[in-house]
Unconditional design. Structure first.
Ligand SMILES: [Cu+2]
Length: 57
């Protein structure tokens, strides 16, 4: 992620995953904090679908 557009795209993708209550994406840390009860594989897939790399921390 390199700019606010990426952050918005990732946040939007995460929020569309079933079970996600909130997705807080940080450009500075290149991390996203997701609250809710979503499937982690679905979260990673959603980010990768947007064209970004993702890993579980
Ligand atoms: Cu960008």
């Amino acid at each position: 992620m390199t700019c606010m557009h990426c952050v918005a795209a990732v946040a939007k993708a995460l929020q569309k995953v079933p079970g996600v209550e909130a997705a807080d994406v940080s450009l500075e840390n290149e991390q996203a904090v997701v609250t809710g009860n979503a499937d982690t594989a679905a979260l990673l897939a959603a980010i990768q679908k947007e064209g970004y790399e993702a890993e579980l921390l």
